[in-house]
Design a binder for this molecule. Sequence first.
Ligand code: ADP
Length: 304
Amino acid sequence: MEQKIIEVNGLRKEYGDFVAVENLNFSIGKGEIFGIVGPNGAGKTTTLKMLGGLIRPSRGNIAMKGLDMSRDSVEIKSFLGFLPEESPLYEGMSVDDYLIFFAELYGVGKSEAKKRIRNLLFDLSLNADGKRIGDLSKGMKRKVAIARSLINDPDILIYDEPASGLDPMTSRYITDYVRSLKKAGKTVIFTAHNLYQVESLCDRILILKAGKLVTLGTAEEIRKKYGKIQYRLEFKVDGIEEYSISETKIVDDNYVVTTSDIDIVNNTTKWVAARGGDIVEMRTIVPSLEEIFLELMGVELFID
Ligand code: ADP
């Protein structure tokens, strides 16, 4: 990992007796895209809010650029951009006025603010034409919220479900935009439901379940660790009653053996050949990250 920019130690959040996030430990490198994935209620938003300094951890600590969130949150927030899952926007304001308003809150001077807004709107391909925020489409509103998160030119971006609930094109656009932020040297932490997006976008993925870390690594590492490769052998033969190497299923009048044991594949192939049968197809099944995720979450999968 490159230089660490965020360090999280023993992070925990309780709501009354309920533990929403338990003992999280991880660090994030400068310029990394870090995805947090998990089912509803896993603790993703709670974790992001603690990282954004919006709620206090019950235990543990967060350091960013060597500063401690519990002591230096004002300084930390000056280099953070936070995008909440649902961003309340001022519906009656024009996009420009709204962004200038936030730029001023961050102490960005008016002419610099105007320049930044022009560039952001261009980069996000958001052409609002002086419209009121209330009249924009959902995707455009999300882009306004993203522009707002960038108005103070932050180094670290914390995005809660940046592309969820948007049409595929806007969603794709936002994903590509996040990639461009990395190129510009920014560090991005985000949550998502769509594992496909996470896989193609993230340098590393943290999978959360019931507030606990299930696994953390690159998509490749997670696949290696949890994804068992399976072999599927389909054949035709007479006298299947005498076959005892493995279980078979019947698909399209052929017999199918699915196994992760290569010896079963070899022995079955020999047995079929010795009986004068034919191998119709042999293929390897590599599980997708989505399948691994579902398995880690305790959802059983069946492969035909
Ligand atoms: P996710 O973002 O993964 O869907 P959340 O972080 O929103 O999960 O929530 C994790 C758990 O904490 C959920 O069970 C949720 O109901 C609970 N929770 C979140 N915020 C509060 C709160 N303010 N008070 C009580 N419980 C909360």
